[in-house]
Ligand binder design. Structure first.
Ligand code: ZN
Length: 291
């Protein structure tokens, strides 16, 4: 069962992993209102979602009314069907495209079975098409609570959403923030990520829930660490492009990717470097601008 952290009265983070950090299981959360429960993210499989439901039931018997997805990566929505079967409606960005699903949904699912095991996937169905799509900003009001849901741009993925509780000053950031600061931008872009980090700074959250790993003691420090990483990577790749260094050589200083671990720290650093090199190259050639 995920470990629950109470962030404010009725506001909980379900921390899926604190040991293996970003490569481990995803985080989720939920908000208990007078009229029912709002769940944020559905975990990586129906089994994990059922464990999340158990954790919710340890706090409240109220019905689960809404599931909000921070984005469409499998580790955050493959448990969604469990909440739908309990009667919840789904709020998400309608753009469900991710690199991992380029081979089609069947291939995506087959890959995922290898990650979480066939047993954990029992009862699986895709359930991330939103009943209530959000492409700009929307406020969910339920039982005296307000959740402000915004699409900050394609930072970590095309369908990113931030979930902000203004009164409690709690932000559910999805994978825009992860424990070690090395957020993946291969499904988004480094420029959008930097703008999203500025948006988060502007909110000045008291607590943030990252997509993976521990809840940081100081939200601003995790935002700063993420910004420092991505700014440094952009500068390094920009100077490589300007000096005509081929991508392979520009990447030589990075440790090799872990072949069987596509989201290990080394793999993320390497995949981000490829992505950012290409962004900088396009900008250098005047194909588009890096803001
Ligand atoms: Zn993700």
């Amino acid at each position: 069962m995920p470990i629950l952290r109470r962030l404010a009265p009725g506001v909980y983070a379900a921390v899926g992993d604190t040991g293996r950090g970003s490569e481990g299981r995803p985080n989720a959360g939920f908000v208990v209102t007078d009229s029912g429960v709002v769940v944020i993210d559905a975990m990586a499989s129906p089994r994990q979602a059922e464990q999340l439901v158990q954790a919710i039931r340890s706090v409240t018997p109220r019905p689960i009314k809404w599931l909000i997805l921070t984005h469409h990566h499998p580790d955050h929505h493959f448990g969604a069907i469990v909440f739908r079967r309990l009667g919840a409606k789904v709020i998400a960005h309608p753009d469900r495209r991710v690199l991992a699903s380029e081979g089609g949904e069947d291939a995506l699912m087959a890959n995922w079975v290898r990650v979480v095991g066939l047993d954990a996937m029992r009862g699986f169905e895709f359930a991330d098409v939103p009943d209530r799509p959000v492409t700009g900003a929307d406020t969910l009001r339920l039982g005296g609570r307000s959740l402000v849901i915004t699409h900050p741009g394609a930072a970590h993925s095309a369908g990113d959403l931030l979930i902000w509780l203004p009164r409690e000053r709690v932000l559910f950031a999805g994978d825009v923030l992860i424990e070690d600061g090395v957020t993946m931008v291969v499904d988004g872009s480094s420029g959008s990520l930097l703008r999203t980090l500025a948006t988060i700074d502007g909110l000045s959250p008291r607590r943030v829930v990252p997509g993976h790993g521990a809840i940081p003691a100081r939200p601003a420090a995790l935002v700063a660490r993420t910004r420092e990483y991505i700014t440094g990577l952009r500068a390094a790749m920009r100077s490589a492009v300007e000096q005509g260094t081929p991508m392979g050589r520009a990447m030589a200083s990075l440790p090799p990717a872990d072949e069987t671990r596509p989201v290990s720290l080394n793999s993320r650093r390497r995949r981000n470097a490829v992505r950012v090199y290409l962004e900088e190259e396009r900008a250098y050639m005047g194909l588009d601008s890096v803001p």
